[in-house]
Design a protein around this ligand. Structure first.
Ligand SMILES: [Zn+2]
Length: 286
């Protein structure tokens, strides 16, 4: 609603506006989190591998269920757009909208990244976030949003009339095409709304429009996840860099991002099992 109102308020407008807000989904109704176990398991973990993703590009990585992965800031402030798929079934993928509804507009330690319907299970749990000190700033902004979709060449073409090939959507598409050995046209259909890692965003207080501001991330900062299921991930180093000035062009300084995969110590996950897909019958009333 960026235009001014065209309708006059009814006489009981104040009463209608005074209805009490209700949290749609109570976090304490979610299946119990294993965060305490993961916090213990991360103490003895060791790094298996690391992948560096070049600026304005995309890369992929695999994380076996029961392992950890980190996205690490290196060299300079940089935002990353994250996609996740079930490693053995690309149709089960990260569900940004439901994750937002179940947790909040921005996610941090203890929050889970949920998969698309009909799977609806935790794909990953955030186990550490060096930017959790940021909280909510005076503009109402937070870090690591699940509200933005990803910068893409179609919206950019609509707004600016030019082809630009290094938007996050394209970077993720190329990365998935290589990882899954499928054509670009097929890969593109599997690219989905992202988790905006390190991105600082919010909605303006007056018009509620989506805004971004320079990310507070600095080299050495990282966000860490526990893989609840076998994961295929793709990460784009957004052409907006720290997203403090622009996106979808080559004018902003951009930096690499590093993905590190860690294995917990032997026996550290005793009693843990990978979560099953949703128990809903799937009959939809028929
Ligand atoms: Zn982007």
């Amino acid at each position: 609603m960026t235009d001014t109102a065209h309708s006059n308020p009814p006489p009981d407008a104040a009463a209608r506006r005074a209805a009490k807000p209700l949290i749609c989904y109570q976090v304490d109704q979610l299946p119990p989190s294993n965060l305490a176990l993961y916090q213990q398991a991360r103490q003895g973990m060791r790094k298996l591998t690391e992948i560096t993703i070049a600026p304005r590009d995309g890369g992929s990585f695999e994380v076996p269920a029961g392992s950890f992965f980190r996205i690490v800031s290196v060299e300079g402030a940089q935002v990353g757009d994250l996609n996740l798929w079930h490693a053995h079934d690309l149709t089960e993928r990260f569900f940004s909208g439901k994750t937002r509804q179940l947790h909040a507009t921005h996610v941090s330690t203890g929050d889970r990244l949920w998969s698309s319907l009909p799977g609806l299970r935790p794909m990953a749990t955030i186990t550490h976030d060096t930017l959790d000190w940021y909280g909510w700033d005076e503009d109402g902004a937070g870090v690591h949003d699940v509200i933005g979709t990803r910068c893409d060449p179609y919206t950019n073409y609509m707004l600016n009339g030019v082809d630009y090939h290094h938007c996050c959507h394209s970077n993720l598409t190329r990365a998935l095409a290589v990882a899954a050995d499928i054509p670009l046209t097929e890969a593109e259909l599997h690219v989905h709304d992202v988790m905006n890692v390190f991105m600082c965003t919010g909605f303006t207080l007056d018009t509620h429009q989506y805004f971004m501001k320079a990310s507070p991330v600095r080299p050495g900062d990282y966000i860490e996840f526990f893989a609840e299921i076998d994961l295929l991930g793709a990460l784009s180093t957004c052409p907006g860099g720290d997203c403090g000035s622009s996106h979808s062009d080559d004018s902003t300084p951009c930096y690499p991002l590093q993905v590190e995969i860690y294995q917990p110590g032997a026996g550290a996950l005793q009693g843990w099992s990978s979560p099953p897909r949703s128990g809903y019958s799937g009959t939809h009333g028929t």
